[in-house]
Write a protein that binds this ligand. Structure first.
Ligand SMILES: Nc1ncnc2c1ncn2[C@@H]1O[C@H](COP(=O)(O)OP(=O)(O)OP(=O)(O)O)[C@@H](O)[C@H]1O
Ligand SMILES: [Mg+2]
Length: 364
């Protein structure tokens, strides 16, 4: 296993008391408990199995992660909010930070609340306050940590109730909030925290991690399969790892066809051919492909989404690409407003076919 990849602790299988009686039984028990442990490990989803436990294993967002690493070494962290898109390592980073700061005191020193817990005003008044008041002998510069995951789902009332608590217990307790949308965190809370922003992960960062996992799990893959995983993940590491595992579980082999089947997305090859036809103003061919995709049962929302993503990477002239993206955006807006029909998509194709291509420079 790559030494850089730290796995979460697997629950240890306990030896049965019989196993301690005689050597032979003990061996049998050892084998069966090892088998049970490996069975258990094989059932852990890869996203959890490969959740980093150390700061250094977190991929991407280097500047922000290095700030957190400095916090973890110096102690005395401020209250923090980590905001950013899903699956980029926000919760993971907070847990790594808490582990680094509290070590063996992690269990008693951390209160973790996420959207699955009730986090209304009552919880702030009772659970959070009680935990903040709890006495825990910690080293100098170390504080108890209250993790409020998916904090953007907290009601405004609950957030308001948090303001005073944050100040009252600031000598013993720190708050770490994670959210997708920092706008949904009320201003007074934002002003009490250092706001750290995470961005989507780059294709290269996703690929590196996926390759590490493929090597450890001995996955059979083709390069176009990994490209497809990255294309469908759109900068979301959780999605990339989940799609990889689903494809391996479903087909045992990762190629682009299997990945798009598992992710239930139109294959970008079709969409590329459709755009090629639009560039040649060949509306018959473009429409044929659109009709084919529609016939496969994809929703207009899915089709327009993939047209946009394929267009972004299509090697057409920049000026044409700008026009295409403008048209695609306008159609997307109509579809989002409820006009998810084949006519809207056909209209888009027709408009794309009419966009004038730049003339090739003379002499070519
Ligand atoms: N930066 C990263 N480096 C390595 N693995 C990551 C990273 N981001 C996400 N992962 C993988 O994705 C899983 C989910 O990550 P995490 O829970 O941190 O996402 P999140 O940013 O909190 O997302 P959400 O906004 O949906 O809560 C992790 O268990 C890990 O396997
Ligand atoms: Mg999270």
């Amino acid at each position: 296993m790559d030494s850089d990849v730290e796995m979460m602790d697997e629950p240890a299988a306990l030896p049965s008391s019989d196993a301690l009686v005689c050597g032979k039984r003990s061996n049998v028990a050892k084998t069966s408990s090892a088998a049970a442990a490996s069975n258990l490990a094989s059932r852990v989803p890869w996203v959890e199995k490969y959740r980093p436990r150390l700061m250094k294993d977190i991929v991407g967002n280097e500047d922000t992660v290095s700030r957190l690493t400095i916090f973890s070494k110096m102690g005395n962290v401020p209250n923090i909010i980590i905001a950013g898109p899903p699956g980029t390592g926000k919760t993971t980073s907070i847990l790594c930070l808490a582990h680094a700061l509290l070590g063996e005191n992690f269990k008693e020193g951390v209160l973790e609340l996420n959207a699955s817990n009730d986090r209304g005003i009552d919880v702030v008044r009772t659970k959070i306050k009680t935990f903040a008041q709890k006495r825990l002998p910690l080293a100098d510069g170390r504080h108890k940590i209250i993790v409020l995951d998916e904090a953007d789902a907290m009601t405004e009332g609950a957030q308001q109730a948090l303001r005073r608590t944050m100040e009252l217990y600031s000598s013993t307790t720190r708050f770490a909030l994670a959210c997708n949308d920092s706008e949904k965190i009320i201003e007074p809370i934002q002003s009490r925290c250092a706001v750290l922003r995470y961005t989507k992960l780059s294709d290269a960062q996703l690929l590196k991690r996926i390759l590490e996992i493929c090597a450890i799990e001995k996955v059979n893959y083709e390069d176009d399969g990994l490209q497809a995983i990255i294309f469908t993940a759109q900068g979301d590491m959780r999605q990339a790892i989940n799609n990889l595992q689903s494809t391996v579980d479903g087909f045992g082999f990762v190629n682009s066809e299997n990945v798009f089947k598992i992710c239930d997305e139109p294959h970008p090859q079709h969409v590329t051919r459709m755009l090629d036809a639009c560039i040649k103003s060949d509306i018959d061919e473009a429409y044929k492909i659109l009709h084919f995709l529609w016939g496969l049962g994809y929703a207009a929302e899915d089709i327009i989404g993939i047209i946009f993503r394929v267009c972004k990477f299509h090697p057409m002239a920049d000026l044409v690409k700008l026009e295409y993206i403008k048209e695609i955006g306008l159609t997307h807006k109509k579809i989002a407003e409820g006009l998810g029909t084949l006519i809207q998509l056909s209209g888009l194709i027709a408009r794309l076919c009419r966009i004038v291509q730049p003339k090739a420079p003379a002499g070519r």
